[in-house]
Design a protein around this ligand. Sequence first.
Ligand SMILES: NC(=O)c1ccc[n+]([C@@H]2O[C@H](COP(=O)([O-])OP(=O)(O)OC[C@H]3O[C@@H](n4cnc5c(N)ncnc54)[C@H](O)[C@@H]3O)[C@@H](O)[C@H]2O)c1
Length: 376
Amino acid sequence: MKDRVLITGGAGFIGSRLARRLVVAGYEVSILDNFSPQIHGGQIELSHDLRNTTQLFRGDVRDISLLEQALEGVHVLVHLAAETGTGQSMYRVRHYTEVNIGATSSLMELLLTGKYPLRSLVVASSRAVYGEGAAKCPQHGPVFPEARSGKDMKTGDFEPKCPICRASTSMLLTSEDAPFQPSSLYGLTKQVQEQMVLLYASTLGINGFALRYQNVYGPGQSLKNPYTGILAIFSNQARANRPIYIFEDGKESRDFVYVDDVVEATFRAVEALPQKPVALNVGTGVAVTVAELVDLVISYYSSGSSVTTTGAFRDGDIRHNCANTERLQSLLGYTPTWKFTAGIQEFLGWARSQDVDAGKYEQSLAELRNKGLMYG
Ligand SMILES: NC(=O)c1ccc[n+]([C@@H]2O[C@H](COP(=O)([O-])OP(=O)(O)OC[C@H]3O[C@@H](n4cnc5c(N)ncnc54)[C@H](O)[C@@H]3O)[C@@H](O)[C@H]2O)c1
């Protein structure tokens, strides 16, 4: 038997696939998860295979005595448990802070006791730490635009602006050296989580990886959580022939990375030889616009959904994100391989067989409107 790995959030989308990958490779795997109803609906058990091959600590990552039990004998901690809705984070401020930052603080205090044989700490960070990320100004070259202004967006002007001359910019690939500029509370909690993990990995003299996942998609992602995952949301709407509303002008884009690629990168972080704590992008470097995504989904289902590009926007949303993945290749020897056109077929083929409650999405938008966090 190889080392013992604890995955917090291991019942979730990425965590459950990572657990399988580690079990196959001979690791002893334990999972800590509270089966959050917003993510899992009514499901309160691990899948059959994981029930037989992993140890489950059922409960909240904020529960310090549960963390103490789960950390016993652990060599690698992969910390994935989190609240993940960008829009929702903007009004559930205390809750997101307690789950994402508070629980990480408890974990770090426990690790500092030196009771555990830990050799590596891996945390799921996010592209959200960059905010608008890297962009090119026609006059000033590479720049890092600040959060977009509601005033511009209300006139249909959505591209991020040059911080020097305010000209509209175009997207560049964002590398890990870009400054932290999160534009949502979720992004801010991910920034703090990763800084804590890298700081304490250094203090403890162990490996530390903050993996900045881009937009992860694939079979098994939550179709029940209306607060996160645009691909899941559009798929649910299209299957039910319900209207699809595209925010902004549809030219906003995302770097969609297939879950198997994310699992492989995370697995390599678990296996990595001793090295300095580091943050790494995990993405494809290919941008897909939201309008392109909707076209693919509609045509896959031959859906009768109406599609409206609304010009609406949400506080906390960014315009583009696309990762430079050179550091991932150079430190972990990995570059994601799945093409979006192939991965989306896998996702939609799986999603077609799942039960969904599409009405919840409209409810989640109404919540944002009521809080004054959505325009249009
Ligand atoms: N999926 C993406 O696109 C993406 C992108 C960037 C970063 N991430 C990060 O990757 C990690 C995993 O994401 P995922 O897509 O697998 O999400 P997910 O929602 O499928 O899984 C999260 C898991 O954490 C558990 N959880 C939530 N709150 C908990 C709590 N208080 N106590 C115990 N368990 C709790 C949930 O029950 C769930 O099983 C998260 O930290 C997320 O922020 C994901």
